[in-house]
Design a protein. Structure first.
Lengths: 358, 358
C-alpha cells in the first residue's frame, strides 16, 4: 500500500482490501451509503465492491448514463431528487465508483446536496486515477462548455486500486495515458520516457509509475488548490482540448484524453509559433502524439465555432485567451495571453496539414 | 459606518456611499460586473446604485423572477446560460442586490459558475440584512424542499444600508422581524424586548438594534461556519418553519419569516410538551407570536404531508428528526432528537386550537 500526502483527505494506492477503506466504512456504520456507478462499473466493479465489504451490502446504487452529453445539470437534478426520495441526510455517505465523469459529477452532486455530504472516490479508469479524482475539482457541463458549473470540494478519501484497470476498454486506457503524458510534458522528460515505455506494455502496469504520476498532480494541487497560479500548468493541452471535446461531443465523441492530446499538439505548435519551443522538439512531439491520437477532420465552419468557444474558456481573463506554452519538454508556463487570431491560424495550419496528407 | 468582524470578508453597516463599496469596485475596474436583481430592487434600488457608482454604469443586469417557486435549479440554469453568453470569466464580479432569495440564489449561482466567481451581497430586505446575507449559506429549493441544493460560500463583502428598508412592503418587514425575534429567543430576553419595541415603531429604525442582531448571527457563524454544532441553534423555528413554507408554497405563499414565526410557536409548544419550557412562558410566546403571525388553516391531509416532509429536513441524522428546543427565552438547545409522533401531535394540537377558536 502506498500512501500519498494529500491536504485534508486520505489518498491511498494499492489493493482496496488492504487499504483503510473498510475501516472508514465502519465509521459510517449507522449512515446510509449510496454508490454512484455507470454502466461499465455497474457490471465490472460493483459486484466485487459489495461482496467484499459487508457494510455496503445495503447501499443504494445510483446509475448514471454514460457519455459526456449526460454530464449535465439535468442528470444531477434527477440524482438530487433520488437522494431526496431515499431520505439521504447530511450525515450519510456517497461513494463514487467510476471514471472521471462519475467522480467529477458525483463529487458535484454530493457537494451541493444539502450543502455538502461526505464522499469517497474510487476511480476505476486510468484518467480518474492519475487526474480527475485528485485535486477537488467537481462539475458538470453546460451545453458544450466543459465543466462550466462546479465547485472545488475535496472527498474525505480517494482509494486507487489498479485492479480496476483490467476492466477498461482500450480507448479509455489511452484517454488516461494522454493525461499521464501531460504530466511528463509539463514536469520531466524522464517521466515522459517512462510513460511512453509503459504504453508499449499495457498488460503489466507499473505501480511506481502510477505513483509518480499521481504525485505530480497531488503536489501541484496541494500548493495551489483553487488554481490561482501554479495549478494552471495542469491545463497544458486543455485550452484547445476542451474546445475539441465540446465541439465534437455530438458527432465523433472524442474522449477527454484524446482531445487533450490533440490540444497538446496544437498548443505545442502555438509554443513554436510564438518562438518558445524549437522546431525539432515540436516535430518530435507532433510525431509522438499524432501517431497515437489521430486528428479529427477540421472544416472552416468548425474552426470558426471552436475559435468562438475559446473565448469562453474558464481560464480566460479580461477578454484575452490564456494558454499554457512549452519552452521545452519538462518546462511549461501558464497565463500566456494569446490573441484569438493566433488560435485561428493554428487551427488553419492543422486543417491544411490534413489536406496535404490526403 | 459600523464595521463587523466577519471571518474572511468585509461586513459593513451604514450608508453605501460612505462604505468601502466604491473602493472595492475600483479593484474590479477591468472586470465585467453583473448585478442580479428582482422586480422590487430593479425598480427601487438599482437606479440609485448605477447612478451613484460610475463603475457600475456598464454593468449587465440579470433579472430573477420573484417568488419562492422560482428559487430553483431551472432558473439558476438560465442564469448560467446568460453568464456564458455574456462571456463572464472567473475574474469578473457578481453583485446580488435584493432580499434573501436574491442573495441565497445569486451566491449559489456565482459559487458554481466556473467553480466560483467573486460576489458581493447588497441585502435590501430586513431578513437579508439580519440573516440571509451573513454566514455563507447559499442555495435553491428542490421542489418543496427548501434550500435542498446549495453550498457554503462566502461573498467577498456584504454592505448593509438601512436606507433600502424604506422600499419594503409591510409583509417583507415582518418577515425580517421574525428572524430578529429568533435572535432574541435563542440568546437574550433583553434583546427580544428591544425588538418588540422596534416593531411598534417601524418608521425609525435603530441602527444599534440592527447591529446587535447582525452580531448575533455573525458570532454564531464565525464559531461554526459549516454547522457542525453551535450554528444549529439558528435553526430554532426552522425545522417546522421550512415545512410550513414548503407545504404552502403553491397556495398561501407564507413568507419565510412568517413561516419561521409559526415554527417558533410550534417548537416552543414541543419544548413545553417534552418538559423543557414552562407553561406560562409558553403561553406568553404563543400570545406574542400568534397575535402578529396568524396560523394557516391545518387539515388532516396537510398534517400528514408536513410530517412526511419533516423526515427529509437537512438537519436530520440517522432517521431521527432533530430540532431546537427552548428551556427559556435566551436559552436554546439544538440536536434534540424528537419522534415523528410528537410532531404529529403538535400539528394536531394547533389544528384543534383553530377549531376551538372558530
Amino acid at each position: 500500500m502506498k500512501y500519498i500526502d494529500a491536504v485534508d483527505y486520505k489518498l491511498e494506492l494499492g489493493r482496496l482490501e488492504s487499504s483503510s477503506f473498510g475501516q472508514l466504512l465502519e465509521r459510517y456504520s449507522s449512515s446510509q451509503k449510496i454508490i454512484i456507478v455507470d454502466e461499465n462499473t455497474h457490471e465490472n466493479c460493483l459486484p466485487f465492491l459489495i461482496t467484499t465489504f459487508d457494510e455496503l451490502s445495503k447501499a443504494e446504487v445510483i446509475f448514471l448514463p454514460a457519455g459526456e452529453e449526460n454530464k449535465s445539470i439535468e442528470i444531477a437534478f434527477h440524482v438530487w431528487e433520488a437522494l431526496t426520495e431515499y431520505q439521504i441526510s447530511r450525515s450519510d455517505l456517497i461513494i463514487n465508483l467510476g471514471g472521471g465523469l462519475i467522480t467529477d459529477m458525483g463529487g458535484f452532486i454530493a457537494s451541493c446536496y444539502k450543502r455538502g455530504l461526505d464522499f469517497i472516490h474510487l476511480p476505476t479508469s486510468l484518467l480518474g486515477m492519475v487526474d480527475a479524482s485528485i485535486g477537488g475539482k467537481t462539475g458538470v457541463n453546460l451545453g458544450h462548455f466543459k465543466n462550466q458549473i462546479g465547485v472545488f470540494s475535496n472527498p474525505i478519501a480517494v482509494f486507487i486500486d489498479p485492479v480496476f484497470l483490467s476492466t477498461l476498454p482500450e480507448n479509455e486506457l489511452y484517454s488516461g495515458f494522454a493525461e499521464m503524458l501531460k504530466h511528463g510534458f509539463i514536469t520531466s522528460d524522464n517521466l515522459l520516457v517512462r510513460i511512453i515505455e509503459q504504453m508499449k506494455n499495457k498488460e503489466e502496469f507499473s505501480i511506481d509509475l502510477l505513483f509518480d504520476c499521481i504525485q505530480v498532480k497531488n503536489e501541484v494541487v496541494k500548493n495551489d488548490p483553487f488554481e490561482k497560479g501554479e495549478r494552471k500548468i495542469l491545463n497544458f493541452g486543455h485550452t484547445i482540448g476542451h474546445v475539441i471535446e465540446g465541439y465534437f461531443m455530438d458527432s465523433l465523441q472524442i474522449s477527454h484524453g484524446h482531445s487533450v492530446a490533440i490540444g497538446m499538439v496544437m498548443e505545442s505548435f502555438l509554443s513554436m509559433k510564438v518562438g518558445k519551443l524549437n522546431r525539432d522538439k515540436y516535430a518530435e512531439i507532433e510525431e509522438l502524439l499524432t501517431s497515437i491520437y489521430p486528428l479529427p477532420k477540421l472544416t472552416d465552419v468548425g474552426i470558426q465555432k471552436m475559435t468562438a468557444m475559446l473565448i469562453n474558456d474558464k481560464k480566460n481573463k479580461e477578454g484575452k485567451i490564456l494558454c499554457c506554452l512549452l519552452n521545452e519538454i519538462g518546462d511549461c508556463t501558464y497565463d500566456n495571453a494569446i490573441e484569438e487570431k493566433i488560435f485561428l491560424e493554428t487551427f488553419m495550419h492543422f486543417k491544411n496539414l490534413q489536406i496535404n496528407m490526403n
